[in-house]
Design a protein around this ligand. Structure first.
Ligand code: 3PG
Length: 204
């Protein structure tokens, strides 16, 4: 599956910070059951790599990737654990679209979009979306960078997601709101499936 196909699986990519590896599979299933199949597990916890490994092996239908990928070592570790894609908050030095797994680099300014396009990327994470200018910034990018497609992440919510998703240069949005930490801790998977279902409908 290409990065484009993954990004088009659902309007929202859940951004997951998993503290306990035992949560990975039920969380992944809860989200996939609600229609969100592309899942980003951030490499911010010691459980992250194990969580990617388990979701990739055990959650049917899920397409799991790694987020907060900061360097080539992170990318390699994620790919070895079974990540199908990687997301980075920025454009790392030497980052290329043809690495071990597809990469969605982060950009927040026109210069960064230019650098990412020059490196061969077409799909970009707009991060942090709301602090970096939100919908107005993406509207301003559209005529200048007609080839760039964005996945805004950072401050995106169920309330503001529709406005982002209505832009022609937005392919999907990323957000942590579909997997609130309290619901994960409590094992409230039904709640997470409900949130995922509501997020999935944002694209309808
Ligand atoms: C990310 O890692 O992309 C963001 O931290 C997710 O942002 P959110 O928590 O505001 O959704």
């Amino acid at each position: 599956m290409t990065l484009e196909q993954m990004l088009k699986l659902a309007p929202v990519v859940p951004v997951l910070t998993i503290e306990d590896e035992a949560h990975a599979v039920p969380l992944g299933r809860a989200l996939a059951d609600g229609g969100l199949r592309m899942l980003e597990v951030t490499l911010r916890t010691s459980a992250a790599i194990g969580a990617i490994r388990r979701i990739s092996a055990e959650v049917e239908g899920a397409v799991v990737g790694a987020g907060t990928v900061l360097n080539a070592g992170d990318l390699e570790r994620a790919a070895q654990a079974g990540a199908r894609f990687a997301v980075s908050p920025g454009l790392g030095e030497g980052a290329r679209p043809d690495g071990p797994i597809p990469l969605l680099p982060g950009v927040a300014t026109a210069s960064e979009v230019m650098a990412a396009l020059a490196a061969g990327f077409e799909y970009l994470k707009f991060f942090p979306a709301v602090p970096a200018g939100g919908v107005a910034m993406l509207k301003a990018f559209a005529p200048v960078f007609p080839k760039a497609r964005f996945c805004p992440t950072g401050g995106v919510s169920v309330e503001n997601a529709p406005e982002f998703l209505g832009l022609a240069n937005v392919v999907c949005v990323g957000g942590s709101w579909v997997a609130p930490a309290a619901a994960v801790r409590a094992g409230d998977w039904r709640r997470i499936t409900e949130l995922a279902r509501a997020a999935q409908l944002l694209g309808a």
